[in-house]
Design a protein around this ligand. Structure first.
Ligand SMILES: Nc1ncnc2c1ncn2[C@@H]1O[C@H](COP(=O)(O)OP(=O)(O)OP(=O)(O)O)[C@@H](O)[C@H]1O
Length: 457
């Protein structure tokens, strides 16, 4: 595997803001990040340097913003290095372009605006994938990598790993249940990578972010002229996933109208793009996930029971981290090793009182929250043994921890802390449910995700 520390990553985008944001983000993960604003400089750059992963914008602001320029540069890159891992950055709604690019050899794509966590997962996934292909190794090694990346010694996690091994090589539709940050996407990817569809696309859709008006065109595609902005035919996510796995995240959040449309497609195994009369057959393995209490919703007639039966041939439930006390230390040490290496620090130890504190915390953001808490502690800690005050979960603790970390408070800090604390409390109250938390805070889900990223929650 190209280890992240030694990895070389290139980002090509003509928007300075995007380049800056990606550079800041990627630098926390990989040793060498190069940014390039002008794609015309690519050939010379690629002659000089080799990159493990290349992030390439598909929508350069040329006279014709069709994405063709992105495809052109993708081909140029692959001509120079046929094994290059090119991850495309596409605008929301450009799924057809993304599919064309996958067919032309792109490794993956991310959609703007991206979630930092998801982008980094895509990066690591592609760094891992680079080596086995080159060495001509079969899928087995990829499988091993994935299952070992789901850590845990609790009975609950052992049961999950056992189920993944059993279910992955089947065609069963899988419903993954669990709170925010419990590892649902990780499990979905593991199911795909251990399946016979592993070499085909894994397409993930955040259903919670789809409005009723976008739903059909995004999932089923659209024909030219189907609506005002439909200037060309576009494939939807179902077609993009053809032959592979379609991961419908946050499925509990879709409206009754969307549920009915989804059910029809799953029954008929064909999609009819918006503005077309001709159905297109699709061959997908469906994996869905939700942090909603979907059976309660069904009992209240807010979620169709017949749709549940379609998607839940097998269920995997991920328990919240607070119920897996035995996994907390293991995960904390795992993340500590990763972030210490990334920040060029020796691997730290945990004071017994710190482990006690971590085990007592309720972890409303689950494994993702633990991951971020450990990262923050490593960056701020002074010694090589992580102390309880390196982990701050409440404003009072923040205030006492601040001087110890050498952090000089300024006027803006209390407000920021208050925002962070309010989000955490509302998340706790709503048991990690993003939609309900966003609603209570008067934010859209996307705005809440942005704040979760901003505050490392
Ligand atoms: N058992 C585990 N071992 C190692 N890492 C884990 C484990 N579970 C979760 N993680 C890590 O925690 C983070 C959150 O996981 P993931 O995105 O899969 O959660 P999720 O349940 O899909 O979250 P959401 O509901 O917010 O979409 C990721 O960085 C993932 O790699």
């Amino acid at each position: 595997m190209a280890s992240a520390k030694n990895a070389r990553v290139l980002v090509v985008d003509d928007e300075a803001d995007v380049l800056f944001a990606l550079k800041m983000l990627l630098k926390t993960e990989v040793g060498h990040v190069v940014t390039e604003k002008n794609p015309d400089n690519l050939p010379a750059l690629l002659d000089r340097e080799k990159f493990d992963v290349i992030f390439l914008d598909m929508n350069f602001k040329s006279a014709l913003n069709t994405g063709n320029e992105g495809l052109f540069w993708l081909r140029q890159i692959l001509q120079k290095d046929k094994d290059a891992k090119v991850i495309l950055i596409t605008a929301y709604g450009d799924v057809e372009l993304a599919v064309r690019s996958l067919k032309e050899g792109a490794a993956d794509f991310i959609v703007k605006p991206w979630h930092n966590d998801k982008l980094l997962e895509t990066l690591h996934h592609n760094l891992q994938a680079r080596q086995p292909k080159k060495a001509g190794a079969g899928n087995t090694s990829t499988h091993k990598n994935t299952s070992t990346s789901i850590l845990g010694e609790s009975d609950a996690i052992k049961e999950v790993l056992y189920k993944i091994d059993k279910i992955a090589p089947t065609e069963a539709n899988v419903l993954i249940l669990g709170e925010n940050g419990t590892g649902k996407e990780l499990v979905a990817r593991a199911l795909h990578e251990k399946s016979f569809r592993a070499t085909k696309p894994f397409i993930s859709v955040d259903m919670g972010a789809l409005t009723d008006s976008l739903f059909e065109s995004e999932l089923f595609g659209s024909k030219r002229g189907a609506f005002t902005d439909a200037k060309e035919d576009r494939a939807g996510r179902f077609e993009a996933a053809n032959g592979g796995t379609l991961f419908l995240d946050e499925i509990g959040n879709i409206s009754p109208a969307m549920q009915a449309k989804l059910l029809t497609v799953l029954q008929n195994r064909q999609v009819t793009p918006l503005g077309s009369n001709t159905p297109v057959p699709v061959d997908i393995r469906l994996v869905s996930a939700t942090n909603e209490p979907i059976y309660e919703l069904a009992a209240r007639n807010q979620f169709r029971k017949d749709l549940i039966y379609r998607i839940n041939t097998v269920e995997i439930t991920l328990p919240p981290l607070r119920q897996r006390e035995g996994d907390i230390e293991l995960l904390a040490r795992h993340f500590a090793a990763i972030y210490a290496q990334k920040n060029h620090k020796p691997e730290p130890d945990f004071a017994p009182a710190t482990l006690q504190k971590l085990k007592q915390h309720s972890w409303p953001g689950n494994v993702r929250e633990l991951q971020h808490a450990v990262e923050r502690a490593i960056i701020l800690a002074e010694g090589n043994v992580l102390q309880p005050q390196d982990f701050s979960f409440s404003p009072m603790e923040m205030a006492t921890a601040a001087p110890a970390t050498g952090f000089a408070p300024d006027k803006a800090v209390p407000l920021i802390e208050m925002e962070r604390e309010t989000i955490i409390r509302t998340l706790e109250k709503n048991k990690g449910n993003i939609s309900r938390t966003a609603k209570e805070l008067g934010l859209t889900r996307t705005a809440l995700y942005r704040r979760l990223n901003k505050h490392d929650i």
